[in-house]
Design a protein around this ligand. Structure first.
Ligand SMILES: [Zn+2]
Length: 455
């Protein structure tokens, strides 16, 4: 009996030690009282210093643009990225070719580039590898290149090591990583080298028919805005850039062929006119799922072509903007400790959580083109928050587009009021604690304020 008691006590003691070592309570410290907030705000001050030396309006030059589109469709044997239930198995071929598209924009001495990739996300290591190629060749800095992904869940995988990436994108394969790096870099370099005289205008239409709030359904709001930009070259060629807040998840994990999902159909519909090219970046797709008729590719086609037809109705009505100023700012954002939760109020200790989520910091970016602001978020960024930020910018007289997957990825950013919902986005994929849904909008509003001070 005594022996049994001893064993039981030892077991309880060991369990207690394990809990002490590996479990922490959720940290509710307000973000604005923390050191990570302070250091991030300091980075914003550096942006302010840079903007202060921008050329004055009197020094503006002509406006130029360049475009390039390069295939990034991998070959046989490479897994798809998007769903864990594919178990990292290799693709079964190609339904749609996948592309990296770059729109380079130059106004006076300032250059910014929008890079849209037919992929689930733009992993940080891939963005860094691309910068290591294009930086020395072009002199471009990281803040000048705004990456975005269509968020197709049937895109190339094998791009990152680590448990989480392996779950969603299969085993890392260096050949595929190098291939993607090469193709994306080539697209950027070509667009940059092909600059020629052009005009650009932005427009948006509300299309609530094709997106829905999947997190809280009708209790929540949606961002229904389909934003697009039209570039008109002197040679009558056009480029249309589009962004919409609906997950590219019309295809399930059962699809094993590379496909662009509904953004692929959107692009192909816009490109039916031979003198027109198009590319797409996911908007604030967090909490937003696609809504449409049909199953699988039928539904991809329905949403892609219906949204394209709506955009095409207005393309000829786009007013070309006054294209000054053009600039971009980017900041390193320091993050709270990772929160991998095991219940509402308890999480794994940071040393354990870091085995799944490595990030201590991430990247946030804003591009300004005249009266249009484009923010790149490092996440599946909440469409609900995006809609609020757009209202904020509109009240100040500016158009705002919020895109996700900017070349860094920290999971989902959902409004703080949803943090305790036991759902995929808010529990499993929200990695940085209960205040991240306030922290990022705060930084974004500060970036908007900063951007509109100039010009
Ligand atoms: Zn997503």
């Amino acid at each position: 009996m005594k022996l049994l008691l001893k064993i039981l006590l030892s077991f309880i003691l060991i369990l207690f030690i394990i809990i002490i070592i590996s479990i922490r309570s959720v940290d509710y410290t307000p973000y604005f009282l923390t050191s990570y907030y302070k250091t991030t705000i300091d980075s914003l001050k550096e942006c302010e210093d840079r903007l202060a030396v921008l050329p004055k309006r009197a020094e503006k030059g002509g406006f130029q643009a360049g475009f390039s589109k390069i295939s990034i469709t991998p070959g046989w044997g490479v897994p798809l990225a998007g769903y864990a239930d594919r178990n990292g198995l290799p693709n079964h071929g190609v339904h749609d070719s996948l592309f990296a598209s770059t729109l380079a924009i130059k106004s006076g001495s300032q250059e910014v580039l929008l890079v849209g990739i037919d992929a689930l996300i733009v992993p940080r290591k891939l963005a860094e590898a691309v910068m290591a190629v294009v930086g020395p060749k072009t002199g471009l800095k990281r803040h000048q290149i705004l990456f975005g992904a269509t968020h197709t869940h049937s895109g190339p995988g094998a791009w990152q090591k680590g448990w989480l990436a392996q779950k969603f994108a299969g085993n890392y394969d260096d050949t595929t990583f190098q291939f993607l790096t090469r193709q994306i870099s080539q697209s950027i370099i070509e667009a940059y080298e092909n600059l020629s005289s052009a005009k650009i205008g932005f427009f948006s239409i509300n299309l609530p028919e094709y997106t829905q709030n999947r997190l809280v359904k009708a209790k929540g709001t949606i961002d229904p805005e389909f934003s697009f930009g039209l570039v008109q070259f002197a040679a009558l060629n056009q480029v249309v850039w589009g962004s919409y807040s609906a997950h590219a998840t019309t295809l399930s994990g059962e699809n094993m062929r590379y496909a662009g999902d509904y953004p692929g159909y959107w692009v192909r519909r816009i490109e039916m006119q031979p003198t027109r090219k198009a590319f797409f970046m996911a908007g604030g797709v967090g909490s937003h799922s696609p809504k449409g008729i049909g199953q699988n590719f039928e539904r991809s086609r329905y949403i892609g072509e219906a949204t394209a037809d709506s955009v095409l109705k207005y393309v000829d009505a786009v007013q070309f903007d006054d294209l000054w100023p053009v600039f971009s700012i980017g900041i390193k954002v320091n993050l709270p400790e990772p929160h991998i939760r095991i219940s509402n109020h308890w999480r794994l200790a940071p040393w354990l959580a870091r085995k799944i989520v490595f990030e201590n910091d991430t990247w946030l970016q804003l591009v300004r083109i005249g009266k249009t602001l484009i923010i790149g978020a490092p996440a599946d960024f909440s469409g609900e928050i995006a809609a609020q930020l757009k209202d904020y910018a509109h009240r100040l007289g500016y158009r705002l587009v919020v895109t996700s997957f900017n070349g860094s990825y920290i999971g989902y950013i959902v409004p703080s009021k949803y943090y305790h919902l036991n759902e995929y986005e808010s529990r499993l994929m929200s990695f940085f604690g209960p205040t991240i849904g306030d922290y990022f909008p705060d930084l974004m509003r500060r970036m908007i304020d900063l951007a509109i001070l100039y010009g």
